[in-house]
Design a protein around this ligand. Structure first.
Ligand code: RP5
Length: 163
């Protein structure tokens, strides 16, 4: 649910990241988490990025999922300007298949952390699930839903047979 008082912000450097980052939105929608999705580019819209980071906490965001590709400085630059946890998603790049994105996000110098997830859609899904796990530490009902999600996955695998 997109809402006026989102708990989770999903941002990405370009509209070309949306095919990847929509996987995060799908998870947030499945769990009925208030969220917002926006294009915020570190190099094309640096002022917007700064405003977004500086206002995140006062707007009630509890986590920011930031996806970017190539020289993927968005998660680190946002993390540098807020205490809200930033979960970085390396988007698969055209030139180097996302290895550049991964290293740009994961290799933050000590002192300003960004969590880093897998390259691509799996990373986007897991970032959303991780953010939900964080929220669930103080929300028992959400914790139950997360457990049910895991149970459902396990049941699916247990039901599989090999021919
Ligand atoms: C980054 O540059 C974006 O995160 C995107 O992954 C990459 C390429 O952007 P476009 O040239 O497709 O807009 O800023």
């Amino acid at each position: 649910m997109e809402s006026k008082s989102p708990l989770i912000g999903v941002i990405m450097g370009s509209s070309s990241d949306w095919d990847t980052m929509r996987a995060a939105r799908e998870i947030l929608e499945r769990f009925d988490i208030e969220h917002e999705c926006e294009i915020v580019s570190a190099h094309r819209t640096p002022d917007k990025m700064r405003d977004y980071a500086l206002s995140a906490e006062s707007r009630g965001l509890e986590a920011i999922i930031a996806g970017a590709g190539g020289a993927a400085h968005l998660p680190g630059m946002v993390a540098a300007q807020t205490l809200v946890p930033v979960l970085g998603v390396p988007v698969k790049s055209r030139a180097l298949s996302g290895l550049d994105s991964l290293l740009s996000i994961v290799q933050m110098p000590g002192g300003v952390p960004t969590a880093t997830f897998a390259i691509g859609e799996s990373g986007a899904r897991n970032a959303a699930l991780f953010a939900i796990a964080q929220l669930a530490t103080t929300r028992p009902e959400l914790r139950q839903r997360l457990q049910a999600f895991r149970d459902e996955q396990a049941a699916k695998v247990e039901g599989q047979t090999l021919s």
